[in-house]
Design a protein. Structure first.
Length: 221
């Protein structure tokens, strides 16, 4: 009987923990990391503030785990697209498009995940998920190189550059001050098309035959 009670208590604790993490997602999607407070999360999860701190010792750890949970789901979505049938170039384009479209459809949450100033624990979690996305892109680029769709290149470095370009291109449009307007759909499509085109061009371009010689910078004095 004691074992059953212990198991039941553990289930209840896990349920509260899950609710707290889901509440973080909802709160951050509304006000971002900077506006989110532990009391707001507790209210959204329908638990006491002290309960939140019993599961998560600090605000930074709470937000970092919530970010990791959400990012893990997003990585899984993009990875599923990457594993579909078809040429590597088409799958890479689809994966990039899905990433960008999902970001602009949940722009406040996406901005928080990608760029909003937050606790050091959140920054550390961001590095992990960026690497996870880059791993998906690296596999696609390597497939393209093997199949002759892309020229020979360092797939890992190229994937990191693609991930950087993807994030950088989205930061401005996702920022809270960039309020969505009615009739934005064509603009969003043009933005996503431009991101996909740039990334595909980058991995499809032929490498330089030699490193350009840098000219010395003349002093103005």
């Amino acid at each position: 009987m004691a074992y059953r009670r212990t198991e039941r208590v553990q289930e209840q604790l896990q349920d509260k923990r899950d609710r707290i993490l889901q509440a973080v997602r909802a709160v951050v999607a509304e006000v971002g990391f900077r506006g989110a407070q532990v009391a707001m999360v507790a209210e959204a999860a329908e638990v006491a503030t002290g309960t939140v701190y019993r599961h998560f010792p600090s605000k930074g750890e709470l937000f970092a785990e919530a970010l990791a949970l959400n990012a893990g789901h997003e990585v899984a979505v993009v990875a599923a697209v990457a594993k579909s049938d078809g040429p590597a170039a088409a799958r890479l384009a689809d994966a990039l498009r899905v990433f960008a479209l999902r970001a602009v459809r949940a722009r406040r949450l996406a901005y928080a995940m990608i760029a909003e100033p937050a606790e050091p624990e959140v920054d550390a979690a961001r590095l992990v998920y960026r690497r996870a996305f880059a791993d998906v892109f690296e596999t696609l680029i390597a497939d393209g190189v093997r199949n002759g769709e892309f020229p020979p290149q360092n797939a890992r470095a190229a994937a990191a550059c693609v991930m950087g370009a993807l994030n950088e291109a989205l930061i401005g449009p996702l920022a809270p001050e960039a309020k969505p307007q009615k009739g934005d759909a064509p603009t969003i499509k043009a933005l996503v098309d431009a991101i996909v085109a740039f990334c595909l061009q980058a991995v499809s371009a032929h490498p330089y035959a030699r490193t350009p010689t840098l000219r010395p910078v003349e002093s103005s004095s």
